[in-house]
Write a protein that binds this ligand. Structure first.
Ligand SMILES: [Zn+2]
Length: 277
C-alpha cells in the first residue's frame, strides 16, 4: 500500500478497484475491498497491522468494489441506491466472477456471503472518527449510487469510478448527464490527492480529461441517434472512443462492458428508457 498523507493509505495495484485505508484515533476506515480473494487476504493482513477496522465504505455497487467486503465483517456504509443494487446482485453472480478472476482463491470464499451495507444515506453523510471527518458525497454518474469520500483533514478525495486515471471507463450503468454534473462538483471540492476508482493516484488535473472523455462518448452516441441508427444498429456498428487500451485483467469482461456501455448511452440519450434511475 502507498502512504499518501500522515494517515491515509491507498492500494492501486490490485486486480479490481482501488482501495483506501484511513487510520484514525478510533480505528480504521476502509474504502472498497478487493474482488480477488487472494488479494483480499493480503489486504486484510496489511490493514490489520495498522489497527482495528471499524467501518468499510462502498463507493459503488460494481462487483470489483464489493466482493471483498466479505473479508471485513464490520458495518458497511454506502448510498441507499448502492445498497439496493448490492441486494439485487446474486451471490452466484459474485462467485462466478471470483471463479473467473481468481480460481485459486475460491476456497477462501467457500462460506461467502455479501456484506450488505447497514448504514445508508441519500445526499450526504458525515462520519466522525477521532480527529477525522469522512464526508460521503452523493455524486451519481458512473453508477446510480456513486459516492465520493472526502477527508478534509488530510486533503484526500476518493472518487470511486467517476474518475479513472490512465484506465478505460465503463458506462454500462451510467447516467452520462449526471456524470458530467458530478465532475463539475468534484472540481469545486478542496483536496490535494485524488484517489481514482482505478489507476494511479493523481491530482485535480485528471478531472478535465475525464470530463472530455464522457463528452466524447456522448457525442459518439448522439451522432448515431441523430443519424437514424436503431439501438441494435448502434450496438453492432458503434464503438466508444478508446481512452486507454484494456489491461490484461479486463481482456474478457472489458469488451462486454464496452458493448453494454453503448446500449446504456443510447437509452440515456434517446430517452427510450423512461426511468434511467
Ligand atoms: Zn465501476
Amino acid at each position: 500500500m502507498q502512504q499518501l498523507t500522515r494517515n491515509v493509505y491507498a492500494e492501486t495495484t490490485f486486480h479490481g478497484a482501488n482501495l483506501g485505508c484511513i487510520v484514525t484515533g478510533e480505528g480504521l476506515v476502509l474504502i472498497d475491498a478487493p474482488p480477488n480473494p487472494t488479494n483480499a487476504v493480503k489486504w486484510q493482513k496489511e490493514v490489520n497491522s495498522k489497527g482495528e477496522v471499524k467501518y468499510l465504505i462502498n463507493t459503488e455497487a460494481h462487483e470489483d468494489h464489493i466482493i471483498g467486503a466479505f473479508f471485513f465483517p464490520v458495518p458497511v456504509i454506502s448510498h441507499e441506491k448502492t445498497r439496493e443494487e448490492i441486494i439485487a446482485t446474486s451471490t452466484k453472480e459474485l462467485l462466478d466472477i471470483v471463479a473467473a478472476i481468481d480460481p485459486a482463491g475460491l476456497p477462501l470464499v467457500k462460506d461467502f456471503k455479501k456484506n450488505v451495507p447497514t448504514i445508508t444515506f441519500s445526499e450526504a453523510l458525515t462520519l466522525y472518527m477521532g480527529k477525522h471527518t469522512f464526508q460521503l458525497i452523493y455524486l451519481p454518474g458512473h453508477t446510480p449510487g456513486q459516492t465520493a469520500v472526502l477527508i478534509p483533514e488530510e486533503k484526500v478525495l476518493f472518487t470511486g469510478d467517476n474518475i479513472t486515471n490512465k484506465m478505460q471507463n465503463f458506462l454500462h450503468s451510467a447516467n452520462p448527464i449526471f456524470w458530467l454534473e458530478s465532475l463539475k462538483k468534484i472540481e469545486e471540492l478542496e483536496f490535494e490527492h485524488l484517489v481514482p476508482g482505478h489507476g494511479p493516484v493523481c491530482d485535480k488535473s485528471v478531472i478535465a480529461e475525464q470530463y472530455r472523455y464522457i463528452e466524447r462518448c456522448i457525442e459518439t452516441i448522439k451522432k448515431a441517434i441523430d443519424g437514424g441508427m436503431t439501438r441494435e444498429e448502434a450496438l453492432e456498428k458503434v464503438s466508444l472512443p478508446e481512452r486507454f487500451p484494456l489491461p490484461d485483467e479486463l481482456k474478457y469482461f472489458g469488451p462486454i462492458m464496452l458493448k453494454q456501455s453503448v446500449g446504456r448511452l443510447y437509452d440515456a440519450l434517446s430517452q427510450r428508457s423512461v426511468s434511467l434511475w
